[in-house]
Design a binder for this molecule. Structure first.
Ligand code: ADP
Ligand code: MG
Length: 303
């Protein structure tokens, strides 16, 4: 397994992580979440050995991951890392990019492997296309396929679907995470998108103020968010009588002592998100139909 013990790291005068501890089992999928600037990308880079730690240790099985002070070449064979800014070979084709790290010794196997990966990232029709002519999202898919090519033991993904449009995102996410699970590849994803986490991660850690403030299954963190930060990752919420209450947990009822006046309704597809005024404070709840501004509603919540 991957073990991170007492890890601390800073850039010049900017402390990023302080005494961080966690473990990831073999084949497990972990997501790292946190606000922009909370250190998600830095943590992935440290796991990859891109920087030297101030303090602490990282182990994969019994191999210690070391930074540039101790390693001439950054990175390890058993690990692949897809950075937020992926670097591909722009003047060569999609298939050549994907096959970059595959041996030419078995040309047939290499071709088969590339074909399989082209399917995973849904780029079969672009095999011969030069990378420089692709869109940002297509390039990101090539980078993913290239990282998968040599079947790493650990995959580090930084905002892996951030450039990919909504039309492709859903199926691509399923393909990539399914592929990783099938091949028992340990996966660590940094993301700010809850859809990358729910339904795909076995566990998630939450970074805030240089530390881990949550480490549990997505279900547990969703159902029992300990802090507003964690709740805000999953959706709109309110604090009512000291409880964190998601918008979807509030229901309009014929009568109650939570009386809100509608300010605005936002169409969300499956429902409307209603912004209301509850004793001078803003409240968010969901409703199956649009409510006009000024409507008086009674609300009730259940956990
Ligand atoms: P995230 O990925 O969660 O948005 P980052 O790990 O990129 O966060 O950044 C964490 C903090 O470290 C931020 O304050 C950022 O400005 C700073 N930082 C990131 N990279 C560097 C760098 N190469 N040099 C100095 N500061 C950096
Ligand atoms: Mg980042």
């Amino acid at each position: 397994m991957l073990q991170v013990k007492n890890l601390s790291f800073h850039y010049k005068d900017n402390s990023v992580l302080k005494d961080v501890n966690f473990e990831v089992g073999i084949g497990e999928h972990l997501s790292i979440i946190g606000e922009s600037g909370s250190g998600k990308s830095t943590l992935l880079k440290l796991l990859y050995g891109e920087h030297d730690l101030d303090q602490g240790e990282i182990f994969w099985k019994n191999i210690q991951i070391l930074g540039p002070k101790f390693n001439l070449v950054i990175g390890y064979d058993f690990m692949k890392y897809v950075a937020q800014e992926f670097d591909l070979m722009p003047f060569t084709s999609v298939e050549e990019n994907i096959g970059k790290f595959l041996s030419n010794f078995y040309p047939e196997e290499k071709q088969e492997r590339i074909a399989e990966l082209l399917e995973v990232v849904e780029l079969t029709h672009f095999a011969k296309t030069k990378v420089k002519t692709l869109s940002g999202g297509q390039k990101q898919r090539v980078a993913l396929a290239r990282a998968l090519a040599k079947q790493p033991e650990i995959m580090l993904l930084d905002e892996p679907f951030s450039h990919i449009d909504n039309f492709k995102k859903q199926s691509l996410r399923r393909n990539v995470f399914q592929y990783l699970k099938q091949h028992k590849i340990t996966c660590i994803v940094a993301t700010h998108d809850s859809e990358d986490v729910l339904g795909f991660s076995d566990r998630m850690i939450v970074l805030d103020k240089h530390q881990i403030v949550g480490n549990d299954s997505p279900e547990n963190l969703f159902n029992n968010p300990q802090t507003p930060l964690i709740a805000s990752f999953f959706g709109e919420f309110n604090i009512i009588e000291g409880n964190i209450v998601y918008a979807h947990q509030l229901k309009v009822v014929p009568n109650s002592n939570l009386k809100a006046t509608v300010k605005q309704a936002y169409f969300k597809g499956a429902c409307y998100l209603i912004e209301g005024n509850l004793g001078g404070k803003t409240i968010f709840f969901e409703h199956f139909e649009e409510l006009k501004p000024g409507t008086l509603t009674f609300l009730e919540y259940s956990k």
